[in-house]
Design a protein around this ligand. Structure first.
Ligand code: AN7
Length: 356
């Protein structure tokens, strides 16, 4: 009898490639195995082949689920009863969900007033103890580390190396799908865990003979929160892409190493460039991402405008989180809900829609 393969979550799919204790249970919500969608639009713009890795398709709507299945599973294996993270929103949403699944108590530290309502809702609905901090993400991360050091709670921010073990599986999926690593990999960058994890995955696949090369890594920040581009921490980061409103990335050194080893670079974009790319991606490719997640697409467009060539090359762009994560910013930027209300009448609807 033949059965179709059903995705089992990334720990069971890739367990032998993950550096986690052998007996770690898989606390999974079915994360990973996300779509790699070919972009006719961006392939046309570049004269190359551009693919979009749609991480918003993960269970809580962002790539954070990859690291979280690993971190929470190992925390359970080690006997943790509670877990803590600092977050610009997505990490807390993800941790709360996996902690609920595992029966752990989730404690979340977020910059007050600076995370989207949807992400706050996710953390609260999953039962997290949400602490709104007078300070930014960087302050929250210091507190999260301090709490884990002095109290019996497991730290699941990406300074916990197990997070990167989970997140690196996105590179495995790209190579498994395309047959080799791409020429270029573009993505947003904030706390710098994800770029570091992708590089870990690509280099591991190269070493294992599953890929013949590694891609050039290019990561993009928002102008008001661009420590990696400036080469120094930013004390008061600001951007409408709140997910990447981070002034002092924890994985700075790892991301620098990935940049150097891959011949890559960091670049900053204006909020307008990021939000315009968000709209274009939604309208041309049918993929709705949150503002921060559009930074890689905005980056590709900015690179092409600056004369960089992606022609004849294979490029993968990771879009990190779902558009439903922040509908407030989307509606503020792209226009209001239309104020035309029609009668319940077919001809009136046809006229209003411009069909007649
Ligand atoms: C949608 O949730 O840092 O460079 O606390 O939510 O690995 O930090 C989120 C980061 C990109 C940046 N896109 O990734 C958090 C948090 C989205 C994000 C990033 C984040 P990293």
């Amino acid at each position: 009898m033949s059965t179709t393969h059903q995705w089992r979550g990334l720990i069971e799919e890739y367990r032998e490639l993950l550096d986690i204790p052998a007996a770690t249970p898989a606390i999974t919500l079915g994360e990973g195995g996300t779509p790699l969608v070919h972009s006719e639009w961006l392939s046309g713009v570049t004269g190359g082949d551009v693919w979009i890795k749609v991480e918003g398709a993960n269970p809580t709507g962002s790539f954070k689920d990859r690291g979280m299945t690993a971190a929470i599973s190992v925390a359970v294996h080690e006997g943790a009863k509670a877990c803590v993270c600092a977050s610009t929103g997505n990490t807390s949403a993800s941790m709360a969900a996996y902690a609920a699944k595992a029966g752990l108590t989730p404690i979340v530290l977020v910059p007050d007033g600076k995370i989207s309502a949807s992400k706050m809702a996710q953390a609260l609905v999953h039962g997290a103890q949400v602490l709104r901090v007078r300070g930014n993400f960087d302050d929250c991360l210091k507190m999260s580390r301090g709490l884990a050091e002095h109290y019996p709670v497991a730290l699941v921010n990406s300074v916990n190396p197990v997070r990167l073990e989970g997140q690196k599986t996105a590179s495995f999926e790209v190579v498994d799908r395309l047959g080799d690593a791409p020429d270029f990999h573009l993505m947003p960058i904030g706390n710098a865990g994800n770029m570091s994890a992708y590089w870990l995955g690509y280099t591991q696949y190269l070493a294992a003979g599953k890929a013949t090369r590694t891609p050039v890594m290019r990561a993009f920040q928002a102008e008001g929160a661009a420590p990696l581009v400036l080469g120094r921490p930013v004390e008061h980061p600001e951007t409408r892409a709140t997910a990447i409103r981070i002034g002092n990335p924890a994985s700075w050194k790892l991301a620098e190493a990935a940049k150097a080893a891959s011949g890559g670079r960091f670049k900053a974009l204006s909020d307008d460039q990021i939000l315009a790319a968000q709209a274009e991606l939604a309208r041309r490719d049918g993929i709705f991402v949150e503002p921060a997640s559009a930074a890689g697409v905005a980056g590709l467009l900015a690179d092409v405008a600056a004369g960089d060539s992606y022609a004849g090359k294979v490029t993968v762009i990771t879009v990190t989180g779902h558009g439903l994560k922040d509908t407030v910013t989307a509606l503020e930027y792209f226009g209001e809900v239309p104020d035309v209300v029609v009668d319940a009448d077919i001809d009136a609807a046809a006229a209003a829609a411009g069909l007649i």
